[in-house]
Design a protein around this ligand. Structure first.
Ligand code: TPP
Length: 567
């Protein structure tokens, strides 16, 4: 005899069927039935964040580190609106998460009921898809569709709005298997067209100065191995966007560093001089291209991307390939095996020699100091002390760019940053999500003193849940990146960027039940990092750094990448 189940029960049955083990959330009247049912679900662990924005960033960090769908659960109205930044950030970076929001009962929708907000309308432009479930009979299918859409094709956030009466209603549910979910109107092209792949390879084999320009798609599609194989086979130098960091090892001889606004001289020059540019899972963001008409002016462009709407959106492409990056690279590698072997090291000698020359002329560098801590030095030491194995999240600003430049990411899924949206406050809650996914790993949020205050309340969440997240604050007592623009582009008029009025971050850590250390001199940096890594508790490391250090190189906004300012 089949028995009736409530919407709240069906909701959690679905999460269990999807294999969800961790959710990040914050309760309220509109989701109280689900929270009640959660008490009877030992296989799902709920993390009570202290702000809903953090729940979504945590789900995002969890998804990036684990390659699973991240889940957040919030109440209606303000609970839902507090998630918007997190959703928009996940959307811009193509991160698979599902956000569930409570909603007022269906008969009150549109009545300005208490804590009613049209979250489906609000998030329409920043979700991959969203749903309002108005009938309990559609609940299970909708939830499984949400997971399916979030993780398939170009991944992204999906929101499901759950009215309270739907959670409270009950039916005898029909059995559903997530594996059977099919949406006829949504059929992402995963398998790249073999003829296009052949054309691309022919062009690449003819190229004299090819460059691989890779993005987050490499990471989402777990394509690193195929990428390394392809680059090595043809001796093609590799650069990546911020989102692609780790997709190709940062210590590989073919690695040129990041390209774009704060990319390396060598990567930007290589792109500017390339004759074939192979863009894989990257979208020609303006932070990468600089002035569009001067971007890779001599190159034929091949673009591999799972999202057809990304292709020829910003830059007109010569050979478009729609499909999963791993699939396309796998096909390229297979075709390559059938080619006559050639001595690619000799063929590339001149091109790679020029690249090494650019690198030697203008490496990533900064003025070392014995008196004052340089922020880049802190990142270098974090890399050294952790052997480059830590998971790194960042906030936004100079801290983010120094992390990208000076931490040599060895593998994919090691670096999490709000790349597309650039949301300050992302790094710490994301680190919390990463630590949940990787309980034994070292997880460090590289932060600015401005950004860290945006979600500092989550210190209590990490303390409560024994998540030993580390925070390294590059404390310049400025909104550093904005100050840098004011210095370089606005005649040093420092408007509203001075953060001299600051809390004592060591005391902040202690007040929340965490541990705090401060370093004010260069020789204190390494001992502080070593102490912090030994402690299996959350730690804030407050590094008081050179106040007016700038991130270099820099391509000023609106300029071409070869017009970069150097250190
Ligand atoms: C939520 C949000 N508000 C404003 C900005 C604009 N912004 C970009 S970088 C930055 C300064 C960040 O300062 P801080 O966190 O101290 O880091 P630093 O640049 O000094 O490393 C600001 C205000 C943003 N990216 N996100």
């Amino acid at each position: 005899m089949s028995t009736k189940r409530t919407g709240a029960q069906i909701f959690l049955d679905c999460l269990e069927r999807e294999g969800v083990q961790h959710i990040f959330g914050y309760p309220g009247g509109a989701v109280i039935d689900i929270y009640d049912e959660l008490t009877r679900r030992p296989h799902i662990r709920h993390y009570l964040v202290r702000h809903e924005q953090a729940a979504v960033h945590a789900a995002d960090g969890y998804a990036r580190a684990s390659d699973k769908v991240g889940v957040a659960l919030v109440t209606s109205g303000p609970g839902a609106t507090n998630t918007v930044t997190g959703i928009a950030s996940a959307y811009m970076d193509s991160i698979p998460i599902v956000v569930f929001s409570g909603q007022v009962p269906t008969h009150l929708i549109g009545n300005d009921a208490f804590q009613e907000v049209d979250i489906v309308g609000i998030t329409r432009p920043c979700t991959k898809h969203n749903y309002l479930v108005t009938d309990i009979r559609h609940l299970a299918r909708t939830i499984h569709e949400a997971f399916y859409i979030a993780r398939s094709g170009r991944p992204g956030p999906v929101l499901v709005d759950l009215p309270k009466n739907v959670q409270q209603a009950s039916i005898v549910p029909e059995p559903i298997d997530p594996k059977d979910i099919k949406i006829p109107s949504y059929q992402p092209t995963v398998h790249a067209n073999p003829r296009q792949v052949r054309r691309a390879l022919d062009l690449i084999l003819e190229a004299k100065q090819p460059v691989l320009y890779t993005g987050g798609g490499i990471i989402h599609s777990n394509a690193s191995e195929e990428l390394i194989k392809f680059a090595e086979a043809l001796q093609i130098p590799v650069t990546s966007t911020l989102m692609g960091l780790g997709g190709f090892p940062g210590i590989h001889p073919l690695w040129m560093g990041m390209l774009g606004m704060h990319g390396t001289y060598c990567a930007n020059m290589a792109v500017a001089n390339s004759d074939v540019l192979i863009a894989v899972g990257a979208r020609f963001d303006d932070r990468v291209t600089g002035r569009l008409d001067a971007f890779a002016p001599h190159a034929k462009i091949i673009h591999i991307d799972i999202d057809p709407s990304s292709i020829s959106k910003n830059v007109v492409v010569d050979i478009p390939i729609v499909g999963d990056c791993r699939d396309a690279l796998h096909q390229l590698n297979n075709l390559l095996k059938k080619e006559e072997p050639r001595d690619w090291a000799a063929i590339r000698e001149e091109w790679l020699g020029r690249i090494r020359e650019w690198e030697r002329k203008h490496p990533l560098k900064y003025k070392k100091s014995k008196e004052v801590i340089k922020p880049q030095y802190v990142v270098e030491k974090l890399w050294e002390v952790t052997g480059g194995d830590a998971y790194i999240t960042t906030e936004v600003g100079q801290n983010q760019m120094w992390a990208a430049q000076f931490f040599k990411f060895k593998r994919a899924r090691q670096f999490m940053t709000s790349g597309g949206l650039g949301a300050m406050g992302y790094g710490f809650p994301a680190a919390m999500g990463v630590q949940v996914a990787k309980p034994d790993a070292i997880v460090i949020d590289i932060a600015g003193d401005g950004s860290i205050l945006m979600n500092i309340q989550e210190l209590v969440t990490v303390v409560e849940n024994n998540l030993p997240v580390k925070i390294a604050i590059l404390n310049n007592a400025y909104l550093g990146m904005v100050r840098q623009w004011q210095q370089l582009l606005y005649d040093k008029r420092y408007s509203a960027t001075d953060l001299s009025a600051q809390p004592d971050f060591v005391k902040v850590a202690e007040a929340f039940g965490a541990v705090g250390f401060r370093a004010t001199k260069p020789e204190e940096v390494e001992p502080v990092i070593r102490k912090a890594m030994e402690i299996k508790r959350p730690v804030i490391m407050d590094f008081v750094v050179d106040r007016e250090e700038c991130v270099m190189p820099m391509v000023p906004p609106g300029k071409a990448t070869h017009e970069m300012l150097l250190a």
